[in-house]
Ligand binder design. Structure first.
Ligand code: FES
Length: 142
């Protein structure tokens, strides 16, 4: 359930997305400032910031991998894709590589179910994934 409803939440989401795009994540101080300026509690702001998978409260790697974890993708062997990303990057979902090259997350549906399994790499959608494709895609990352 989304913790805050209405216009304030809409304004908050816009501000959080802007900050995410600018800073790459949402620092605690920024969430506290937004809470104050929108007359909301910090926990409400934090609740919204952690509800959406495209927002992050931790610094992210240069490349953010988001593998879809929903049923249509799981039925098309998303688990093998997850394991393949783990092998290629050395990190597990929820982690960022020590060199800052990759962050790895699992996400809800990204709207590519008909071409499952699917992932987002930064802002780009990749579909019909195989372990071989993952290897190729990730090797091209800087
Ligand atoms: S269920 Fe994976 S993209 Fe929709």
């Amino acid at each position: 359930m989304i913790p805050t409803q209405g216009k304030k939440q809409e304004d908050l989401l816009i501000l959080l997305e802007e900050a995410q795009n600018k800073l790459g994540y949402l620092p605690e101080e920024l969430m506290a400032e937004l809470a104050k300026s929108l007359d909301m509690s910090i926990s409400d702001v934090y609740g919204v910031a952690t509800f959406y998978s495209f927002l992050s409260t931790k610094p992210q790697g240069r490349n953010v991998i988001r593998i879809c974890k929903c049923l249509p993708c799981l039925l098309k062997n998303a688990q093998a894709i997850i394991e393949s990303v783990e092998r290629e990057t050395g990190i597990k979902p929820g982690e960022t590589a020590p060199d800052g090259k990759f962050s790895f997350e699992l996400t809800n549906c990204i709207g590519a179910c008909d071409e499952a399994p699917a992932m987002m790499l930064n802002n780009e959608v990749h579909v019909n994934l195989t372990p071989g494709k993952i290897s190729q895609i990730l090797k091209a990352c800087k």
